[in-house]
Design a protein around this ligand. Structure first.
Ligand code: HEM
Length: 233
């Protein structure tokens, strides 16, 4: 019986023997992530929209209140990822320090700007707290699975993040451009350097390690989508 269901999308990876031999493991992580987008979110997406945050961004009706909640929660996730990389409970994490993709300080500046304007900034709520807790635990026991989240969360902001940025800047932020979506160097260069590092770290992984990593992609989407949904609350 052949098992090629959406539960194991990496088995459909078109490379030799279903692997990205010679191309690097990031290709496989990207392949699995792209399938988990809806068709309207990205050309390579295969999912149907089943939740409000999966609807096309141009149809979203974001609220400022909800967007501020999103920023507070997503900041907790980036704070946590950046602490984990800094502490490096597994030595491979240290490779990902000072990538230029870090978002924690940028988000701190954005939230400070809103505070100065008199907006009330609340505490992180269930979606951010739950994901942060999960990431901390995972990072101490399964580096391959953890690195899947690391990849997805940083790369999500560089792609979908840009689309969301355009929408909220125009419609709820009165054209204020947030630091969250800005990078201090050429973004495509920063991403390429990160891809090279990820590929290098994954060179030492067994096929089982790689599959465990790819298998986490779905969780990373679920957690991150719960946080995105706050924008529409
Ligand atoms: C890539 C849109 C949510 C992870 C992309 C791309 C688009 C996109 C258009 C393709 C970029 C390109 O290669 O040209 C969106 C939209 C989202 C969303 C509109 C929701 C509103 C997510 C989520 C995750 C995610 C929840 C995971 C947590 C990724 C990753 C890539 C990607 C890993 C590959 C980036 C790369 O290869 O450089 N997304 N996305 N996205 N997205 Fe999303």
């Amino acid at each position: 019986v052949s098992v090629t269901t959406t539960e194991e999308p990496w088995k459909r990876y078109p490379g030799p023997g279903g692997e990205s031999k010679g191309k690097g493991f990031v290709e496989e992580m990207r392949f699995v992530a792209m399938k988990l987008h809806t068709r309207e979110q990205a050309a390579e997406g295969e999912m149907e929209a089943k939740a409000p945050e999966e609807e096309p961004v141009d149809k979203w009706e974001p609220t400022l209140d909800g967007y501020l909640k999103f920023l507070v929660n997503v900041k907790l996730v980036y704070d946590t990822l950046e602490e984990i990389i800094e502490e490096a409970s597994f030595p491979s994490y240290a490779e990902f320090r000072n990538s230029g993709l870090e978002r924690s300080e940028k988000l701190a500046r954005d939230l400070e700007w809103f505070r100065e304007k008199g907006y009330a900034i609340g505490e992180p709520s269930a979606p951010g707290v739950t994901y942060a807790h999960y990431l901390k635990q995972l990072s101490n026991k399964d580096p391959q699975a953890f690195i899947c989240h690391f990849y997805n969360v940083y790369f999500a902001n560089s792609a979908g993040g840009r689309i969301i940025s355009k929408k909220v800047t125009r419609e709820i932020l009165d054209n204020k451009e947030l630091e969250f979506y800005k990078y201090d160097a050429d973004l495509s260069q920063l991403l390429q350097t990160m891809r090279d590092k990820l590929n290098k770290v994954a060179e030492n992984w067994s096929r089982d390690d790689k599959n465990r990593c790819l298998e986490e992609t779905q969780k990373s989407f679920q957690f991150y989508r719960d946080i995105l949904r706050l924008i529409l609350s």
